[in-house]
Write a new protein. Structure first.
Length: 630
């Protein structure tokens, strides 16, 4: 239960309770809400900075609009913590992102106030527009549909497609642009500069003042307000184009996103205007917590920290490096001797560690913003002219560029290297961010080389080798640490499509791919101390092309085969081995371990590995079962 020190927040179990408060009490509600988020997230790691930045905006939205009757869609959703607290999840907020606890993102099955499930960027406007059209067709003319989207997300192509559609409709849609100049890393591109221009332009601010004066003094009908807006827009904007107005959206702002009383006043007026419109708010990511305001990138998701000082709690020293760190250091190293190597990432330079190369070779490293499709085709264009682009991208985000991978890269057989971070289960971020589908969706694409290293040494060698191939090359690695504490910098050219033998055995053949091969090692070590079973272990490294020589050897010498992967069990390594067995007429018995054919909830990595049956103990049990059937 919430502490009694939160005198106002402890009384708010729903937006209806919030509406009972006097507007003068809302700043105090915001102060308590911000303090509660800091208190909980300090010991339960989550997305802090973005949620602190929308406290006032969230309070104002729920104070003015009639949620859940009115549709409220949060783009990406990592900023929705204040929303969750105000919509009946205050007392379970300390379970956020924990196994069996509430999700870190909006989730329709969790609350009726979560109108749409989110987790990826730039989707809110499309979803809210669909809801607005649905309301119109259902004759719910008083229903509002609101999309809250950040300046980083609004640069995504899907957001522009939606605004283009919305501007030509008469849908009752409100887009709230939460402009704080940063997504996870600093926002980039022309849209960022354009929004900064609006926020600092004298003419735009003069227009804003005119519009607010019209709002505040008018007691006439909505028609009068609309006529005045139109007149002032014509007189004030024609000499300085507004991209949103050009798309057919009525533009309001920019406004102070941290003045909750002003926000309530503005939203109350805008609510009375039908049709598609956009309200531009200027906010500060991490607002109200000095450490988060000063270190916006770190405090996007800071891990555990001291709520009083903002000091982050230390990570245990002497651990192996993270895979993404190995990637960043290795690509920077090989770029020193190959000036054709280009680094590209869609808005994840720090998350992917491409920022290491960005610092060393800024002219050869590109953050293209939240635009995965563009990142891939941009890379294809570079490859078509003799460069070797490495696209650093999370597995779950590569899904968004599938057509570009197929049509613009693979079909033309261009040597783009996909460095697929966060492959497999990712832990507390849950199903929107698990990277479990890449092995399956890439395997069906012709010309693709698909690989997954068992450790960081193999990752280094794959990154090194990829610069010399002629085909598209995918390297996938997990959100975790490697297994070696001592790093090496001498690289070896790998033999494409060849597996490695980890250990020989007589009873059961275990075939793994990627980091989970280390779980197999632990399982076999356990079996050797507790049983008489003698498993063999082979790490495939390459899903495509498969090492068919090895598979012939395995099928001829073992009756029982176990495959282990940290991707979906449908279409991955196990499926490939089954196809090989069938195509070659072998009679082996195969058991597949991997991610079940369902979306996996959030939790720690160890909890989810156990849930999916690919932890060392579960693997050992499966080997034993196969052995006992012999």
């Amino acid at each position: 239960m919430i502490d009694s020190k939160y005198k106002l927040l402890s009384r708010i179990n729903s937006p209806q309770d919030l509406k009972k408060l006097d507007i003068a009490e809302l700043p105090a509600v915001c102060e308590e809400l911000r303090s509660y988020i800091i208190e909980v997230i300090s010991h339960n790691a989550g997305h802090l900075g973005s949620s602190l930045g929308v406290v006032e905006l969230t309070v104002a939205i729920h104070y003015v609009f009639d949620t859940p009757y009115d549709n409220l869609v949060w783009d990406v959703g990592h900023q929705a913590y204040p929303h969750k607290i105000l919509t009946g999840r205050r007392d379970t907020f300390d379970t956020i992102r924990q196994f069996k606890g509430i999700s870190g993102f909006p989730k329709t099955t969790e609350s009726e106030y979560d109108a749409f499930g989110t987790g990826h960027a730039s989707t809110s406007i499309s979803a809210a527009l669909g809801m607005a059209i649905a309301a119109k067709n259902n004759k719910e003319y008083d229903k509002n549909s609101i999309a809250v989207i950040g300046d980083g997300s609004i640069s995504g192509g899907l957001a522009f497609e939606a605004m283009n559609n919305a501007g030509s409709s008469d849908a009752n849609l409100l887009i709230i642009l939460n402009d704080n100049g940063i997504a996870i890393d600093e926002s980039v591109g022309a849209i960022k500069n354009y929004l900064l221009h609006i926020a600092t332009s004298k003419s735009y601010n003069h227009l804003r003042d005119k519009l607010w004066n019209i709002f505040y003094r008018s007691k006439d009908s909505k028609g009068f307000i609309a006529r005045q807006i139109k007149r002032n827009l014509k007189s004030s904007i024609l000499d300085e184009s507004n991209i949103f107005e050009s798309l057919g959206l009525r533009y309001f702002g920019p406004a102070d996103g941290h003045d909750v009383i002003e926000l309530v006043s503005i939203l109350s007026r805008i609510k009375e205007i039908n049709g598609p419109k956009i309200f531009h708010c200027i906010t500060t990511k991490g607002k109200g917590f000095p450490a988060a305001e000063e270190n916006k990138i770190i405090f996007h998701a800071p891990g555990r920290f001291d709520a009083a000082t903002g000091k982050r709690l230390p990570v245990t020293k002497g651990l192996p490096p993270k895979y993404q760190t190995v990637f960043g250091e290795t690509i920077t190293d090989i770029a020193k001797t190959n000036d054709k190597i280009i680094g590209i990432t869609p808005a994840m330079p720090s998350g992917s560690s491409l920022n290491i190369m960005m610092e060393a070779f800024p002219e050869r490293t590109f953050d293209v913003g939240i635009s995965e499709e563009h990142a891939v085709t941009f890379a294809a264009g570079l490859a078509a002219r003799g460069f070797r682009p490495y696209v650093a991208i999370y597995s779950t985000f590569l899904q968004r560029a599938y057509d570009q991978v197929v049509h613009d890269v693979a079909l033309q057989n261009l040597p783009v290297v996909f460095c697929i971070d966060r492959a497999g289960l990712v832990g507390e971020d849950g199903p929107t961010h698990h990277g479990t589908l890449d092995l399956a969706f890439l395997r069906s694409i012709p010309n693709m080389i698909i690989s997954a290293p068992i450790d960081e040494y193999e990752l280094q060698n794959l990154i090194y080798t990829a610069q010399f191939t002629k085909e598209p090359f995918a390297i996938r690695y997990p959100r975790s640490r490697g297994v070696h504490k001592i790093q090496r910098t001498k690289y070896q050219l790998m033999d494409i499509g060849k597996a490695q033998t980890i250990c020989e055995g007589n009873d059961v053949a275990v075939i793994s791919i990627g980091h989970v091969g280390n779980f197999v090692k632990k399982a076999i070590a356990k079996l050797k101390t507790e049983t008489t079973v003698s498993p063999a272990h082979y790490s495939m490294t390459f899903l495509k092309p498969l090492d068919e020589d090895l598979l012939h050897h395995v099928c001829k010498n073992f009756k029982y085969i176990l495959t282990v992967e940290d991707g979906t069990i449908v279409g991955g390594l196990g499926s490939a081995v089954l196809e090989f067995i069938s195509d070659n007429g072998y009679n082996c018995k195969l058991k597949r371990l991997g991610i079940p054919d369902k979306f996996i909830e959030h939790g720690t990595l160890n909890q989810l590995y156990e849930l999916c049956g690919i932890d060392p103990d579960s693997i050992a049990d499966e080997i034993n079962k196969l052995y006992n059937n012999m």
